[in-house]
Design a protein around this ligand. Structure first.
Ligand code: COA
Length: 199
């Protein structure tokens, strides 16, 4: 079955969806190796600072997404998971595209972490246009790293409303490192006199 053929819809997570997603996380890699159990999963899914979504395919729950749009570097895809029986059908790719579209409305960068041993997921992200920008050694458990990946629309300064600010007008109050008023007046007078020189 292909998720391209089945209709995918994504909506905010409800309480029962959270328990369903936590069960998947508690039984699946990479969370088993990372020793993130059901209680950790529920804590994440109930965190009000995160945006949690359920992904449905043909009206049935197929996967979930957790986004964090409060980070300093861009929008962060914290977790993406698909029910084991639905993997490899396009659900994860569709959820990833949806998350990116949501984040790119307000951010120039999408970031995510993937475990060093999760080669299948790394392949998916590389194919989707993510590049490795860092490595967090032994980040969750010793012996396994988290690989930081980024997809970008380009530099922040091209975003409307976030251009570098114009320099502020000079302060009127003299600062210890500023030239003294006398020095500034003398230089201005010399300059004016040069400009007034006859041709
Ligand atoms: C990773 C995951 C979200 C991808 O969703 P999906 O619906 O299976 O992926 P799609 O069908 O859209 O795309 C297929 C690609 O996903 C990746 N993938 C497939 N099965 C996977 C699995 N069991 N674990 C990890 N990645 C997998 C592969 O890159 C695959 O491409 P391939 O055909 O070259 O092997 C999903 O497989 C999953 O939930 N895996 C377990 C949890 C996980 O690893 N989450 C990511 C944490 S960073």
């Amino acid at each position: 079955m292909s998720a391209e053929a089945d209709e995918i819809d994504i909506r905010s997570m409800r309480a029962l969806d959270g328990a369903w997603a936590a069960d998947i996380m508690a039984r699946s890699e990479p969370w088993l190796t990372l020793r993130r159990g059901r209680a950790d999963a529920l804590k994440l899914l109930r965190n009000r600072r995160k945006q949690c979504f359920i992904v449905r395919s043909g009206g049935e729950r197929a996967g979930f997404l957790v986004l964090d749009l409060n980070g300093p570097l861009g929008g962060y895809i914290q977790t993406i998971g698909v029910a084991p029986e639905m993997r490899g059908c396009g659900v994860g790719s569709a959820a990833l595209r949806w998350a990116e579209a949501r984040i790119f409305k307000t951010h120039r960068n999408v970031l995510l972490c993937v475990s060093s041993f999760n080669r299948d997921a790394q392949r998916l992200y590389r194919r989707a246009g993510y590049e490795v920008v860092g490595r967090l050694r032994d980040y969750v458990v010793a012996g396994h790293d988290e690989i930081l990946m980024r997809k970008t629309l380009g530099p922040l300064s091209t975003l409307e409303g976030s251009r570098p600010r114009e320099p502020r007008p000079a302060r009127t109050r003299a600062l210890p490192f500023a030239r003294s008023t006398t020095q500034r007046t003398r230089r201005a007078t010399e300059k004016n006199q040069r400009q007034k020189k006859p041709l």
